[in-house]
Design a protein around this ligand. Sequence first.
Ligand SMILES: *Cc1c(COP(=O)(O)O)cnc(C)c1O
Length: 493
Amino acid sequence: MATPNKVRPHITQNEALLFELSSPGKIGYQLPDLDVPAVDARQVLGAENVRDEIQGFPEVSEVEVIRHFTRLSTWNYAIDLGLYPLGSCTMKYNPRVNETVARIDGLAWAHPYQPEPLSQGALEVIDALEKALSEITGMDAVTLQPAAGAHGEMTGLLLIHAFLASQGNPRKYILCPDSAHGTNPATAAMIGYEVVNVKSNSRGMVDLDALEKAVTEDTAGLMVTNPNTVGVFERDIQKVAHILHSKGAQIYMDGANMNALVGVTRPGDFGADVMHLNLHKTFSTPHGGGGPGAGAVACKAHLAPFLPTPRLKREDGKLAWEHNLPNSVGKVRAFYGNFGVLIRALAYILAHGGPGLRNATLDAVLNATYLRKKLEAFFDLPLNEPSMHEVVFSHDRQAAQGVRTGDIAKRLIDYGFHPYTTAFPMIVSGAMMIEPTETEPKRELDAFAEALIQIAKEIEEDPKFVLAAPHSTRTSRVDETSAARKPILRWKP
Ligand SMILES: *Cc1c(COP(=O)(O)O)cnc(C)c1O
């Protein structure tokens, strides 16, 4: 255990619990004597609503409370502090203009039950965002209701199910490549489909022969991520679409990795029938702390009649909600989705404009490629395809010294960086999945690469030291299973 907090209270991470800071009689305020008659709270509020005392509540001064929480806040790693290289998560810096716009009174205080004639501005935001996302994806219609990526997947598969059912048979199987994000097969199972795994070829892409064999008249569709989770663009995607469509099956595209495509190519043009976008990833809403997200779903015209209700319509220039949609799969979310996230996404899109969005994409690919070039002499690169927005290394060279991807990630913490994504995707042995995003300056990329290069050298010289990392944090290595199942939350000096 590091130095106890009695000695260096504001630089160690050994902050006591607020309960442990308590001393009897301390309070956080000081008020002048009453100059009006006192009333008995019991009489005003009702005795049942008034507690005599709160047993064991911490008794602390205001400054102790403020310092306690401020110190705790410095233990958080955040994108506002440095690079956040989690692969497939698109942890980009979120421009402050989005926050400013989301706080405009008329938007921030709008109520979903506010009458439509008084909500025209908010409805215009929703309408403008739907149109922008249609253009970006090359799709015909968009719903903004789903609250996250996985929720978008569910909505998309409901559309496929409803469409196929309207043709007489919803079919039985959804195909998922072995590189798929875990949410894809989970979603398919939730909708009641059986999941069939399709293997990847040696280039990390969907194997066309395996796909051809897997597709039957009972296949409802394929869920494919593009670029996929190894950061590789599925170059045969049009052939993939053709194989599916020739059997009457649909293509669902997981668009979580759209940060590699926006302004360069459009899923609607390469054969996808329906897809989701993670607005909180590609379109820049702070995420990762459990806050709200948005999993907008975009689809082709043949799926549009099934989109969740209500839909926006324009009459005499005014926007209104249409609730009477007999073919709709119904509502998937209260009201109209996470409106605050939608405002940020539209602000981000408008602040960039088309060329700006395209530049962001090109910079995202450039940054990933730059890290790949800096690191490929030190770590194994299992796939030789060009990297898109992320690069996936394997720990194989370091594993020969007994150091695995999770160990390297823990040592990165000592260098002041958030770890990359470890051990996913599963088709890469000991994956180290790194997505820098376009918002990182060269200086930050260099520092990150330098940290990983140093760690590679440390592993050569002293693998045991790396295996015991992190060395600079409040707690070092924990047994991760017990830590999750039997967490000990109280610090004992
Ligand atoms: C993040 C992600 C998802 C899930 O998105 P959530 O918003 O976390 O539900 C799905 N697929 C891929 C490839 C992702 O990266």
